[in-house]
Design a protein around this ligand. Sequence first.
Ligand SMILES: Nc1ncnc2c1ncn2[C@@H]1O[C@H](COP(=O)(O)OP(=O)(O)OP(=O)(O)O)[C@@H](O)[C@H]1O
Ligand SMILES: [Mg+2]
Length: 376
Amino acid sequence: MARVVLEHLVKIFPEKGGPGVGAVKNIDLEVEDREFMVLVGPSGCGKSTTLRMIAGLEEITSGTVTIGGKVVNEVLPKDRDIAMVFQNYALYPHMTVYENMAFGLKLRKFPKTDIDARVREAATMLGLEGYLARKPKALSGGQRQRVALGRAIVRKPKVFLFDEPLSNLDAKMRVSTRTEISKLHARLGATMIYVTHDQVEAMTMGDRICVMKDGNIMQVAAPLELYNHPDNLFVAGFIGSPPMNFFRGTLRRAADHVSFVEDNPGGAPLTVALDEALAGKSSIYLDKPVVFGVRPEAIHDSLTVASPDPGRTAEVKVEVAEPMGSETLLYLDTGATTFIARVSPTDRFDAGQKVQVTFDLTHAHLFDPTTELALK
Ligand SMILES: Nc1ncnc2c1ncn2[C@@H]1O[C@H](COP(=O)(O)OP(=O)(O)OP(=O)(O)O)[C@@H](O)[C@H]1O
Ligand SMILES: [Mg+2]
């Protein structure tokens, strides 16, 4: 199998009368052999362009793509030993499922018995044995997507490239196909690079995740590492749903500790006593502006906390309560900042009511508002 390395990779699309569109801006990325790497980021951040340069479908402006130790910039797509699965899997409508999966191998002049063995093996892996004689129009969307996967699998490529392959499927089908692709990864032991803008997909499927923004890489790390130790405000706000809450304010020294004090000119500012870990990271930020970040699950209804620390408890207003069944999402307001807490579903809350919330600082973060980098 193969390692995929991107070095100083740049893509500028020419633009009439302009300097060109910088879609990918000098990125470096190493995807290990057999790794499942997810590229994630908002629309237009350069995910597809990156994948297409790896596939050879897009000319590289500068930099290199190396697959299995060989620079492939000048190698034709068909000779790169990759297979790509797109959102719009164009199956041949006049061919059966079997013929669709066999087609690429036939073109490459594989022996018939070999083709048959590979198609049947892939069909078994994907639960398509019963559908081999059907035409695509007689399949569901999920089954068609599996045929598209099968077409890639039979080629036994070194590297699989996926560009949002599940986005045409309904929610339930997405979850089951997602699991299927993860299982396939374990079974095939191939290197896989998977593009999505869905951060849940990224978290659940990736060995590592590469978060992109505006043609740049913001962070590459394992899912929980990204979640627990984001490098910057962008990653902190992008990974996690509902997202991390951010409060703008200043660090102030109190008698025996340092507090974060929210900017709240009109009202009572949210004030949270920092623990030693956070205070230690931020000593040079005393009396300077910072962004305080806390995930919704680290904000608790004080009534449910055994002995809430008064230094980390604040009274805020409930704007909306959304009972989700397994939890309730509370949309809260300090007067200057609206934020979300994830609380126990058994508690009842009414809009407009005041509630005491306690901050759990083991999962809190501080960021420099100018550089947007996490204080580490
Ligand atoms: N052929 C092209 N000509 C000019 N600009 C392009 C071309 N293809 C893409 N772009 C621009 O390059 C940038 C990156 O596009 P890309 O398709 O890689 O984004 P993406 O991250 O895949 O987004 P999405 O999640 O919407 O698919 C965008 O600003 C896009 O408008
Ligand atoms: Mg795309």
